[in-house]
Design a binder for this molecule. Structure first.
Ligand SMILES: *[C@@H]1O[C@H](CO)[C@@H](O)[C@H](O)[C@H]1NC(C)=O
Ligand SMILES: *[C@@H]1O[C@H](CO)[C@@H](O)[C@H](O)[C@H]1NC(C)=O
Ligand SMILES: *[C@@H]1O[C@H](CO)[C@@H](O)[C@H](O)[C@H]1NC(C)=O
Ligand SMILES: *[C@@H]1O[C@H](CO)[C@@H](O)[C@H](O)[C@H]1NC(C)=O
Ligand SMILES: *[C@@H]1O[C@H](CO)[C@@H](O)[C@H](O)[C@H]1NC(C)=O
Ligand SMILES: *[C@@H]1O[C@H](CO)[C@@H](O)[C@H](O)[C@H]1NC(C)=O
Ligand SMILES: *[C@@H]1O[C@H](CO)[C@@H](O)[C@H](O)[C@H]1NC(C)=O
Length: 498
């Protein structure tokens, strides 16, 4: 008899009649940072039939509420469990057998359990989390980007030095349509999580307003999901001048093709970001006749993002010889392309292969291009580069214009050599030039052209444009001829004058 009584008692308890009470006051961190529902239980518990209880939580500023919920229930029986976050968004917990995490920011959240049946089960652990204690804040200036996979235990505040509003844009890889993980990131309109309001999930924020009300915006990912997307923040006044603004994300060894269109004078701007490389080879630019206003169309390339407010480093308009500008190397992890009055097709290649390097360094008749110090595109990078354009089978007239040079440290130099191939083992006389010589156009015949900047001072830079015209096209040079050519080979080295 005693045994049967005990058994009975156990069943009653597990059925949960007694333990699914319904609190009538707000649950706060004061009654303990951690709690369970139903109280005093561990593990799934049967919810009584016709149970209807909303657990109200009050979350203090700077805190968040984390729910870890296990359910085993059937909506078809008329049972519902919902979680309402601080935004008032109702999340219906999935059925039949689930474990799910939910988060809410301040000020309130509700867990609402409703049943008709007597078979549904659930168990939940909740924890009030002091965000500033648990997560570390990282401040990022506007104009920079953030990889959303790097969010573990940290939250990020984009801060405008210009005291401007902050505009957020997502850069999603071209291989990917939409990033569902953006649903799980919280956006606070301001520079901290205590005094500023959580105004939306990142997905919604990007769909709707995209702009903060002050000079800060903060992104926090409670859910630890590693999004492959990047977020770029700009000063609002710098991107609002364009008819359209977008960011494009790529990574090394990718070929990214874009169809870009804009019919306005202010232009549509696209910031290209390479997540893990510092070189873009621009290989294709085509103006589409039907969507281009030939007399007005031009494509500008500026360094970094619109926030940096840099001037154009490259500028292309419609021309019969447009193709001869490509490939063009852009030695940067990020740059902004602005498209005016045109429909264009562009291809940017981030290949690190030898084939791509060779393609960039192969001379051809009529070719033009510009060589830049990486420091021009990004002041955080050094100025050095060294390129040798070479074709052992053909001779060219190489033309070189030094457009800009700044040699900021002693011992640094810009060297330009053109002449017959090095394999012929001629020695090159190098000479030091004074600054007035920088601006002279150099022309010389040969099989190769070498342009190099030697130095690491980030304030230094050089911009050199070049052109090439093939001589005796089609015929292979004989070695004797090369000797004559060597006489006109010319080498210049510009040294700083300190
Ligand atoms: C559960 O939700 C459904 C639809 O959302 C609703 O029709 C039903 O009445 C709800 N059940 C309870 C017990 O509230
Ligand atoms: C659950 O409900 C069913 C039908 O409404 C009833 O037959 C059964 O006895 C109930 N079980 C418990 C444990 O209350
Ligand atoms: C922006 O956030 C930073 C860091 O929290 C803070 O120092 C600064 O005062 C904030 N500025 C504004 C205008 O809120
Ligand atoms: C941005 O650059 C343009 C042109 O170089 C200049 O006129 C303007 O004053 C700059 N704006 C800011 C805010 O620096
Ligand atoms: C680029 O070229 C176009 C047309 O040739 C010209 O109108 C425009 O001012 C140029 N832009 C810059 C920044 O040089
Ligand atoms: C510049 O110099 C550094 C250090 O010597 C080197 O690692 C880097 O590859 C050079 N950059 C270029 C573009 O040649
Ligand atoms: C290249 O020239 C150097 C001296 O200038 C000489 O020692 C060397 O043997 C030459 N190499 C060839 C392959 O001719």
């Amino acid at each position: 008899m005693i045994f049967s009584f005990l058994f009975c008692f156990f069943v009653r308890s597990a059925s949960g009649d007694a333990i699914f009470e319904c609190p009538i006051t707000f649950i706060t961190a004061e009654s303990g940072p951690i709690g369970v529902i139903p109280s005093n239980r561990v593990g799934l518990s049967v919810i009584p039939a016709k149970y209807d209880c909303a657990y109200h939580f009050l979350i203090y500023p700077g805190w968040a509420l984390h729910f870890s919920i296990s359910t085993h229930y059937d909506q078809l029986l008329g049972d519902n469990i919902t979680f309402t976050d601080n935004l008032g968004v109702v999340h219906l917990l999935p059925t039949p057998n689930q474990h799910i995490d939910e988060w809410s920011s301040a000020p309130t959240a509700i867990l609402h359990i409703r049943t008709l049946s007597n078979t549904s089960q659930m168990f939940a652990i909740y924890e009030f989390v002091n965000v500033e204690k648990k997560y570390q804040q990282v401040i990022i200036p506007t104009g920079e980007y953030l990889a959303l996979e790097n969010m573990k235990n940290r939250y990020f505040t984009f801060s405008s030095k210009a005291n401007d509003r902050v505009a957020l844009n997502i850069a999603v890889k071209n291989t990917q349509d939409y990033d569902t993980l953006l649903e799980f990131m919280f956006v606070y309109d301001g520079g901290d999580v205590r005094n500023c309001q959580m105004v939306g999930r990142l997905s919604n924020f990007l769909r709707n307003k995209k702009i903060s009300t002050s000079s800060n915006v903060t992104i926090l990912n409670f859910y630890d999901g590693k999004s492959p997307s990047y977020l770029i923040a700009n000063d609002w006044s710098k991107v609002s001048v364009f008819s359209k603004y977008k960011a494009i994300l790529t990574s090394k060894n990718q070929q990214t093709t874009g169809e870009l269109f804009d019919a306005s004078d202010q232009g549509a701007a696209y910031t290209w970001i390479c997540s893990d490389c510092n070189n873009f080879y621009w290989t294709v630019l085509k103006f589409h006749k039907s969507t281009t206003t030939v007399s007005k169309a031009y494509i500008e390339l500026r360094s970094l993002s619109p926030t940096h407010n840099t001037s154009a480093l490259l500028n292309y308009s419609v021309s019969a010889t447009l193709d001869r500008n490509f490939p063009q190397l852009i030695p940067s992890r990020m740059f902004t392309m602005i498209n005016h009055y045109s429909g264009i097709a562009v291809t940017l290649d981030t290949s690190t292969s030898k084939a791509m390097t060779q393609r960039w360094l192969r001379p051809y008749d009529g070719r033009r291009g510009t060589i830049f110090s990486p420091s021009i595109w990004d002041p955080k990078t050094p100025p050095n580069f060294s390129f040798q354009f070479e074709d052992d089978n053909h001779k060219f007239m190489f033309g070189v214009n030094v457009k800009e040079v700044r040699i900021a440290a002693a011992g640094e130099s810009l060297t330009i050599k053109t002449g017959p191939t090095a394999s012929d083992n001629f020695s090159y006389k190098e000479f030091v030039s004074d600054s007035t010589d920088f601006w002279t156009r150099r022309e010389s015949k040969g099989n190769f052209m070498q342009i190099a900047y030697d130095g690491l001072d980030r304030r230094s830079m050089a911009i050199v444009s070049f052109d090439m015209k093939q001589i005796n096209s089609g015929t292979r040079d004989n070695p004797l001829h090369s000797i004559f050519v060597s006489i006109v080979c010319s080498c210049f080295t510009f040294h700083n004058v300190y």
